[in-house]
Design a protein around this ligand. Structure first.
Ligand code: NAD
Ligand code: ZN
Ligand code: ZN
Length: 388
């Protein structure tokens, strides 16, 4: 089959690789009909995540039709059309029972990403996301093996097309979890850092939940303009405004700051030359620029919600400010499974239209170019979907 494979930093290619086969009785083989490139894939593409091997197949946002089922699969049948959560969860361990699927302690044979790990089991395996996260081949491919098929694949109604439901695999629940974690509700004020797909989904969900003031910080004018036109955000360009948090606070009641801030950027945040340099030299784990801005923009007693991916340490972290302000932090990979019925309902009722952010529709064969455009933010790229 054809699949998008890794060959080193900024070098991904569509190669012919072996077809996947059923390995466990509760596996299925899925024929992929649509898949997307995620900002998380860009961390891999840029060579920033350890334990990615040459030839690894990427892709964790995918859907398709069940082609083959293992002997113990009861939840889906051959021919069913499903979306697949990017998190692989067993559905029955200590954490899955608590609806914390990203913490599933049974699916990841890899080391996981915690540095000071001690005896703690690794969190869930992820599709196409390095050997730290289980080394599972991803779904930017014609076919993919889906383990734990009685717990993961989620059937979608025929009347919704692929584009309408594809983002249930990751970015829509991720944006939703980010605003739920942020405590956003009717009348809230929220600052969202990052106007990529995750930031846009967070803005859509914040609107749906009745947020009153939504600030959005980025430096790509086309992304900010889209978010302003589509979700009514107040755009702030950090290339023009040196301290976005100050500009946000200026526009909040009593100059208190926003109720919540969402970091939809993560560890490759731009804007601190020192940290970018130290990170390249591996003396620093992450750029803390977006996170520090979130801590600064939020009001006392507020919440910082972090869907953006972090790995390892950050030195410049004003924990004393967070303590003095009495902040709450919530973060992590998304517990996709639990959100699906509710979010599917929102799509069916028209409250959410995640597909409108798609800017590029390409074939799987064109995936290399898709990565390049999305990474470089060329052609006003917001989100790329690929069809095998
Ligand atoms: N928690 C999860 O389960 C989960 C799921 C999906 C994606 N993610 C993560 O969410 C993050 C965003 O993903 P995406 O698909 O939107 O990626 P993206 O790369 O398209 O978007 C990131 C945006 O952040 C902007 N940015 C960079 N530095 C900034 C700064 N200092 N302040 C404000 N904005 C800044 C960039 O210009 C870009 O538009 C990534 O870290 C990704 O790995 C997490
Ligand atoms: Zn993703
Ligand atoms: Zn589990």
């Amino acid at each position: 089959m054809r699949a998008l494979t890794y060959h080193g930093s900024h070098d991904v290619r569509v190669d012919t690789v072996a077809d996947p086969v059923i390995q466990e009785p509760d596996d299925i083989i899925l024929r992929v009909t649509a898949t997307a490139i995620c900002g998380s894939d860009l961390h891999l593409y840029r060579g920033k995540i350890p334990q990615v091997k040459h030839g690894d197949v990427f892709g964790h946002e995918f859907m398709g039709v069940v082609e083959e089922v293992g002997s113990a699969v009861t939840a889906v049948s051959k021919g069913d059309r499903v979306i697949v959560p990017f998190v692989i969860a067993c559905g029955s361990c200590f954490f899955c029972e608590m609806n914390l699927q990203a913490a599933c302690e049974t699916t990841n044979p890899g080391r996981g990403a915690i540095i000071n790990k001690k005896q703690i089991p690794s969190g869930a395996a992820l599709f196409g996301y390095s050997h730290l996260y289980g080394g599972m081949p991803g779904g930017q491919a014609e076919l993919v093996r889906v383990p734990k098929a009685n717990a993961g694949p989620f059937k979608v109604p025929d009347e919704l097309d692929d584009e309408q439901v594809l983002f249930l695999t990751d970015i829509l629940p991720t944006g939703y979890q980010a605003v739920i974690n942020a405590g956003v509700g009717r009348g809230s004020s929220v600052a969202i850092y990052g106007a990529g797909p995750v930031g846009l989904m967070a803005a859509a969900c914040a609107r749906m939940l009745g947020a009153e003031q939504i600030f959005m910080v980025d430096h790509h004018p086309y992304r900010l303009a889209y978010a302003q036109a589509t979700y009514g955000v107040i755009p702030i360009n950090f290339d023009k405004i040196d301290d976005p948090a100050e500009a946000i606070i200026e526009q909040t009641a009593g100059h208190r700051g926003v109720d919540a801030a969402i970091d939809a950027v993560g560890f490759e945040a731009k804007g601190s030359t020192t940290e970018t340099l130290l990170t390249t030299l591996k003396l620093e784990g992450s750029s803390g620029k977006a996170l520090r801005q979130c801590i600064a923009a939020v009001r006392r007693g507020g919440t910082v919600s972090v869907p953006g991916v972090y790995a390892g340490f950050i030195h410049g972290f004003l924990f004393g400010d967070a303590f003095d302000k009495g902040l709450t932090f919530k973060m992590g990979q998304t517990h996709v499974h639990g959100f699906l019925p509710e979010l599917l309902g929102c799509i069916q009722s028209g409250q959410l239209q995640p597909e409108i952010i798609i800017s590029h529709r390409m074939t799987l064969e064109e995936a290399t170019e898709g990565y390049r455009i999305f990474d470089k933010k060329e052609e006003d790229c917001r989100k790329v979907i690929l069809r095998p």
